[in-house]
Ligand binder design. Structure first.
Ligand code: AMP
Length: 414
């Protein structure tokens, strides 16, 4: 029987694995500079946590969660996103009470049962940050700029940043009422929209099928209360003061129910139809709704696969130098332990100070020909051969695997 990775999942190896770690490393440095500390939460949680936080009428909860029962009939779900888990951890460890402020980041696999296509997978990686305890628009601006800086750090300088304000529990009901009234007058809404109109009318604005029908749709900005308006204005002026280029998109509602006030999405033309690289926003009620002490919060997540795809399209990785492969061979087996010690030294210290090398130690019991064949197979740049005659003069042979020339070099020189 031939086994294959499940549909929508993929193995990440070689250059793609290095790029993924590289992106994560880069993100860690940037997060640390902004005072965010790492949190690792479980890959699965109580399914109810996601249903409650993300929202019953969202695509994620309606269609995309991997839900299963364990042997004790507990209903669990593979995490479809990171925020709910971080909020759960924040409350569970009583950080909402002991230090009602905190900046956390996470990175890891997320799971959504979506139709796979380029840039959309069933298991994918997100890198995200959550800023708990600040209701200041400065936190919103910092989170948007942080996401932007992270993308710029991997060479993505052309990006489109869309922002919107969804208002708060005071002003949103008035917008909702006006929206429902308007949508009731729109003919031929698709089935999804009709269903959402009942339960979650804001999500109708997100509909790919019907959105071109909403020509006279009410604008959230006309309904924002003074506080939400001031917050949104200050967020924008802080973004402007940093030279951030953004567009206000009044149709941006995001696919998760917990958002309040500022929401944003960053897209890139460099990737295909799945063009959203990062997204996030404020969710001031979620911590309270999940049983914690009321704590304002704002956060974002980026999709690592899409970001790496966009970075690759910009040519960012073209100049990346892979480490040089060096193979250590033995022409005479009695020199095996000397060759092995030399290989270990090179692994630890590099060769002649060059640390950007990968060293492949000697293989015992193989002829030199088969060792050299192996060196070719792994695409070694050089093979260092330990041979009796040269060794007696304190030397070894350095074979250039491209042009097959070889020179005798003093071992002490290395
Ligand atoms: P969300 O949690 O839906 O706000 O998504 C945040 C980011 O995660 C998106 O902007 C994408 O870059 C990425 N993302 C979301 N869903 C997927 C998926 N199924 N496959 C790959 N990346 C995804």
């Amino acid at each position: 029987m031939n086994y294959k990775a499940p549909r929508g999942t993929h193995d990440i190896f070689r250059i793609n694995a290095s790029r993924m770690s590289w992106l994560e490393q880069k993100a860690k440095v940037i997060f640390n500079r902004h005072g965010f500390e790492e949190v690792r939460t479980p890959a699965f949680e109580d399914a109810a946590l996601f249903m409650r936080s993300i929202g019953q009428t969202t695509d994620i909860v309606e269609k995309e969660m991997y839900i299963f029962e364990d042997r004790k009939k507990r209903k669990l779900a593979l995490r479809p996103e990171g925020t709910a888990s971080l909020v759960r951890a924040f409350i569970e460890h009583r950080m909402d009470v002991s230090m009602p402020a905190g900046r956390f980041f996470y990175m890891g696999e997320m799971f959504r049962y979506e139709r796979p296509q380029a840039g959309r997978y069933r298991q994918f990686h997100q890198i995200g940050a959550e800023f708990f305890g600040s209701s200041s628009p400065a936190a919103d601006a910092e989170i948007i700029i942080l996401a932007q800086d992270l993308l710029s750090s991997v060479g993505i300088n052309k990006m489109n940043i869309y922002i919107n304000s969804l208002g708060c529990e005071k002003c949103r009901p008035f917008f909702r009422e006006a929206l429902v009234k308007y949508l009731d007058s729109v003919r031929d809404l698709c089935e999804d929209c009709l269903r959402r109109l009942e339960k979650n009318p804001l999500r109708v604005l997100d509909c790919k099928t019907d959105s071109n029908k909403f020509t006279e749709v009410p604008r959230m900005s006309d309904y924002l209360c003074d506080c939400c308006k001031d917050n949104f204005n200050l967020t924008q002026s802080l973004l402007k003061s940093d030279g951030c280029n953004y567009t206000v998109d009044e149709r941006l509602v995001r696919g998760l129910d917990y958002y309040t006030k500022t929401v944003f999405e960053i897209r890139s033309d460099a990737v295909g139809s799945q063009d959203a690289l990062a997204a996030g926003g404020r969710y001031d009620n979620l911590i309270g709704e999940l049983g914690g002490q009321d704590t304002p919060a704002v956060g974002f997540a980026l999709g690592s696969e899409r970001v790496l795809l966009a970075a690759q399209k910009t040519g960012f990785f073209d100049s990346f130098q892979e480490s040089e492969k060096i193979f250590i061979a033995v022409a005479d087996q009695e020199l095996f332990s000397e060759a092995f010690s030399f290989a270990l030294k090179a692994m630890r210290n590099g060769l002649k100070g060059n640390k950007n090398i990968s060293v492949f130690g000697p293989v015992n019991g193989k002829s030199l020909t088969s060792q050299l064949k192996f060196a070719d197979k792994i695409k070694a740049v050089k093979t260092i051969v330990f041979a009796r005659t040269e060794f007696e003069d304190g030397k070894f042979l350095v074979k250039n695997m491209k042009d097959k020339t070889q020179t005798k070099v003093l071992i002490s020189e290395f």
